[in-house]
Design a binder for this molecule. Structure first.
Ligand code: SF4
Ligand code: SF4
Length: 74
């Protein structure tokens, strides 16, 4: 099973939630408790271990906020 790890360029995020909509395992959400310097709420991850490294979130993000790396398990 492929697993992924995400890193976010948070200052570029505009809180549009496209990534939330497209994640097939529904682990992304708009976090009302986190905000960037532009005043947008940020995306948080509920359970990183469920990420399948499909990269849909990164592909749909209009601002190239998300980087997906595949984690190779021993
Ligand atoms: S890489 Fe795929 S599974 Fe992982 S957070 Fe992005 S859309 Fe969801
Ligand atoms: S798609 Fe990109 S800009 Fe939109 S909420 Fe997700 S990370 Fe932020």
């Amino acid at each position: 099973m492929r697993k992924g790890r995400l890193t976010f360029d948070n200052e570029s995020c505009k809180g549009c939630e496209l990534c939330v909509t497209f994640c097939p395992v529904e682990i992304l959400y708009l976090d009302k408790d986190r905000i960037n310097q532009s005043g947008y709420n940020l995306i948080s991850v509920t359970d990183m271990d469920k990420c399948i490294a499909c990269a849909q979130c990164a592909i749909v993000c209009p601002d190239s906020v998300i980087k997906v790396e595949e984690v190779r398990e021993a």
